[in-house]
Design a protein around this ligand. Sequence first.
Ligand code: TXA
Ligand code: MG
Length: 339
Amino acid sequence: MKIVDWKNSVNELELKDIGNCLESGGLVIFPTETVYGIGALATNRNAVDNIFIAKGRANDNPLIVHLSNKEEINKYAYISNDVEKKLIDSFMPGPFTIILKKKEIIPNNVSAGFDTVGIRIPSNYIANKILSYNNLPIAAPSANISGRPSGTNINDIINEFKDKVDYIIDGNNTDIGVESTVVKVINDIPVILRPGFITKEDIMNTIGIVKVDDNIFKKAVGKVESPGMKYKHYAPKSECKLVYFKDKNKLINYFKENSNKETVIIGSSLLNSIPCKEFLCYGDSLEEISHNIFSLLRKADIYEPKIILIEGVSTDNLGLAIMNRLIRACNYNYIGDKF
Ligand code: TXA
Ligand code: MG
């Protein structure tokens, strides 16, 4: 395994080695604007199997295929209607994944047996360099052992994957911090299967209509549109509880009354003077929270608390993606206002 440092610039010789490694079936961890991905050549069935093994991922959970540009899409999938076309034109490249009808060339293990495939064109410079090398289609789930918070911080990633992949590319901590918005067009309506940085408000403004899948705040079971929603996800090892009251005094009081020497708090600067084992500040804007949240969920475990109490946010805009990740991290352990 080799770690390459591309924080300041891409090394063209290393790029060639990495491109060749992917082409011959290797596994490469690379940064995107959302989270790190663990990638393999999407058209190589064995290489794709190795992703599932490295992550310990259930094989009924399909992978997203990453491409270098929009012209590549029709090699792998069908754009079937104007809504799909408009979403692609408006939000790609960027933190957005569209589920399209797949072409034969995509192996069944990538799509987990579905007749669709998730397509994403990252805007991150390093990701684009790799994808543009021979225009390889790269299947890449988030770089984390299944069930754990997604990898946004290079040290977390090295700890988890150092013996399991061929290359890790260090491109600094990722910018956005939560994974892409996953959208499927059903009967001409864009349906958000996983909320992300491209918000329901953004899609509403562009298409004029949008739905959010019921399962984003529920424990999904059985057959669902996006199998990722069925699984335990983003979870620290310690017990967690999510707390959200619109009324800030009520919120502060709850934390005051329920924190002690055994409690780690993750929240905004509102809570920074509450006595507890450790206070981890996730910032005061939705962008900061999304950037910091996964690495803080991992960090909180280091203190081995009895419980991690996490401050929730309103589900407007990027808040929807943040609450979707937090409710799962807490295994649906929630107290507060209805949202
Ligand atoms: O930002 C991201 O999307 C990151 C970076 C690396 O690009 N990738 C990522 O992949 O988060 P992953 O595998 O961790 O999450 C993919 C999600 C899962 O919830 C999966 O169930 C859903 O997308 N998905 C993938 N293909 C699908 C399909 N054909 N139909 C429905 N859902 C799909
Ligand atoms: Mg993931």
